[in-house]
Design a protein around this ligand. Structure first.
Ligand code: 13P
Ligand code: SF4
Length: 371
């Protein structure tokens, strides 16, 4: 009698998924061949290999916004997260269609600041200053934020920044106003302000769940930068102890981190920069050099695989996965493209016209700031 083998349901599911994902590669190739130059796929560095291999352009969030603005194709399929796709809508032509293959691909940091909270903060700042806060304070939102927050800064004379131009944005702001209100990533704001020589006691933390951010009038009036209490759940997993550990094992190791890491990690690192900066540094590094990298695991693994002559490792012993970016699977991409072949648009990203207008002001200001 044949032996009965029990297969747990999870394994069955995984097996099916693996087969479906493998089949999705052919489905994507077929659909792309039919769609031709009517579609362009943009991919962020954190996207998984099985998806990003199909990107016509891969980059950091600044490069993707610049590239998105130049796309001639009618359809832009964004292999990234929601705020990136919104920016492509804002910077793109009105006849273009931007598609996010999985609508669950958001950003936990972007969700840490919403328009209601930011408007409340702005009203409270008005009470502290006894005047329109825009007379004193320049609002800057990190690219990782919803379109209506980009519109908010656009309306109040402010700009957007990414991890690759945050210093330029702060310098631009201080040339016009004495203070900056920076959201939603406290770490990018603090790390950039510190690199510019702003003392820590002049960078205060605004807690959106407390009246007046939990700050006294004196703290607000003394501050150069008011930092929103937001962070990236992926980058906060890197700790200064991880840097110490790698240095203990390899005295010649280079530590390179993204500026969304906490200040204590950035202070100990040798190099700090955007995802594209990290890619360039490691790709161009000499053979046999060693790198511990503080950023999302898919990018680190890709760098490790394509640089076999170098030692490349994740800085943290934990997985450091951007779970929202990961939600876009090859199946989602295949679905989005096959629907386009059939003349159907699924998962289109829309941004309200007025929001688009003001958000575009802010994004155009960003693109005009020298890097
Ligand atoms: P980059 O601007 O470096 O691409 O980073 C975007 C991001 O979301 C990092 O967490
Ligand atoms: Fe957002 Fe962090 Fe993911 Fe970047 S890595 S998209 S900041 S959650």
């Amino acid at each position: 009698m044949a032996e009965l083998v029990f297969t747990p349901p999870n394994e069955l599911a995984d097996e099916t998924l693996i087969q479906q994902e493998a089949a999705a590669v052919e489905r994507i190739q077929r659909a792309r061949a039919i769609l031709g130059d009517r579609v362009v796929i943009l991919g962020h560095h954190y996207q998984r290999d099985e998806v990003v291999q199909f990107a016509d352009f891969q980059g950091d969030s600044y490069q993707l916004s610049k590239e998105g603005a130049k796309v001639a194709a009618k359809y832009i399929v964004f292999a990234g997260v929601h705020f990136m796709a919104e920016s492509a809508v804002i910077l793109g032509r009105s006849d273009q269609v931007v598609i996010l293959p999985n609508m669950q691909a958001g950003c936990s940091m972007a969700d840490m600041a919403n328009a209601e909270q930011v408007l409340t903060a702005w009203d409270e700042l008005e009470q502290v200053f006894g005047a329109d806060p825009a007379e004193h304070i320049m609002p800057i939102t990190y690219m990782n934020s919803a379109a209506n927050l980009k519109a908010f800064v656009g309306r109040h004379g402010g700009t957007v920044c990414t991890s690759s131009n945050a210093r330029g944005a702060l310098e631009w702001a201080f040339a016009q106003r004495e203070k900056v209100f920076f959201f939603p990533d406290q770490h990018l704001g603090r790390n950039t302000g510190k690199a510019m020589g702003i003392p820590l006691d002049q960078m205060v933390l605004w807690n959106p769940f407390k009246p007046f951010g939990g700050l006294t009038d004196a703290q607000i009036l003394n501050a150069k930068i008011i930092l929103w209490q937001g962070h990236c759940s992926v980058h906060q997993q890197f700790r200064p102890e991880h840097v110490d550990l790698w240095r203990k094992h390899y005295s010649d190791i280079n530590i390179i981190v993204h500026p969304e890491c906490m200040m204590e990690v950035v202070d100990k690192a040798d190099y700090v920069g955007s995802t594209s900066y990290i890619v360039n540094m490691i790709d161009k590094a000499p053979a046999d050099s060693k790198w511990a990298v503080g950023t999302e695991v898919h990018l680190v693994n890709r760098l490790k695989n394509r640089n076999p002559d170098k030692f490349v490792t994740l800085l943290s012993p934990f997985s450091c996965l951007c779970a929202t970016m990961y939600r876009i699977s090859p199946l989602d991409l295949a679905n989005a493209l096959e629907n386009l072949v059939e003349g159907r648009v699924i998962n289109q990203i829309f941004v309200d016209e007025e929001v688009q207008h003001y958000a575009r002001l802010a994004l155009d200001r960003m693109l005009a700031i020298p890097k």
